[in-house]
Design a protein around this ligand. Sequence first.
Ligand code: NAP
Ligand code: GDD
Length: 344
Amino acid sequence: METIFITGVLGQDGAYLARHALEKGHRVVGGVRSSSGANTWRLDELGVARDVELVDFELLEEPNIRAVLDAVKPDRCFNLAAQSLVGTSFRQPLLTADVDGMGVLRLLECLRMAGGQTRFYQASTSEMFGRAIETPQRETTPFYPRSPYGVAKVFGHFITRNYREAHGMHASAGILFNHESPLRGAEFVTRKVTLGLARLRRGTGGPLRLGSLDARRDWGHARDYVEGIWQMTEQPQGDEFVLATGHSSSVRDFVFAAALCLGFDPECRGEGDNETIVDRPSNTLLVSIDTSLRRPAEVETLVGDASLASERLGWRPTIGFGALVAEMAAADYQRAGHVPAAVS
Ligand code: NAP
Ligand code: GDD
């Protein structure tokens, strides 16, 4: 039995990864920010809240990181904690840089000072590719981040590589493309859509307002992705891997798929910023455009090539776009009927 320490354990990936590690028979300790109220709803939904030991953890506070590592003595440390909202990073760039960039260095340095024997995983992101130089994006594609979040994550990525090369640490970084689930935060577009349309279907909410319908993402399922993350830390040495499905869909495609799952018959009307999506039989407005929700700089299209992870880790995504949307829509339809807003 190993001791697995997961920062950001109350987030989407943290919850799935905690369950994965518990199923493998390990002790799981999760870092939580007491300042944010420690809402354990995701661990509760997965039925593992009682099995995860929670400790106060703050990536901005180096003495706290040192004390936690001293007490926990992890065999593996997964750094999933981040200010992970791309839009917010434009309004809070300094905080984002401190948590998502310097926070990685604080953690790595504390691990090094503690002996450097802990296997380390850094949650890097396809957002680092930004205005992508080539398609599909792979491990060797140059980065061109388009947000303070993306820039901070590039620092986290390279400092992870540096600690591997300079100090011989077992340090890996997963360049993960968007992955979603019923446990996704409601601020992200997929969950915003499934929760919003489910409430509309239940008659407990109004039409959705989205920044745009054109952006394309390579959307996979978080359950698949945490298996890839785990595999990276099982390798003889640390390395860097892209995890992606290889298929991209637009926000519009996602809205249509979710609307169909929820029994609507969606149709586009109008063009550009006047485009709407309407339920044809009832003439109900489902979605309109709100340009104030747009970001100062947008990432239009991302699609990844996970061949290296397939070859070296034996990793392949098992849940396709249709099944992902159906699972999210069904979960939000249930939630919208019972406890409105409890999980947003
Ligand atoms: P998430 O749901 O937003 O979870 C992030 C977690 O980090 C939250 O539990 C949050 O705590 C915690 N956190 C934020 N600031 C912190 C701080 N200063 N100190 C300690 N903890 C802090 O994110 P996710 O979707 O699970 O993603 C996990 C990681 O993968 C993130 O690093 C994200 O940037 C990266 N990533 C995600 C995707 C994706 O598509 N999901 C793709 C690529 C990379 P609170 O609960 O207290 O807010
Ligand atoms: N959130 C949001 N809300 N996004 C919208 C909206 C809206 O109303 N309307 C359009 N979008 C577009 C965004 O501009 C973006 O192009 C796309 O939908 C996806 O947005 P998000 O779901 O917020 O995710 P993201 O791609 O910006 O970032 C997520 O994936 C990254 C991996 O590429 C986050 O999980 C990041 O933490 C992660 O690194």
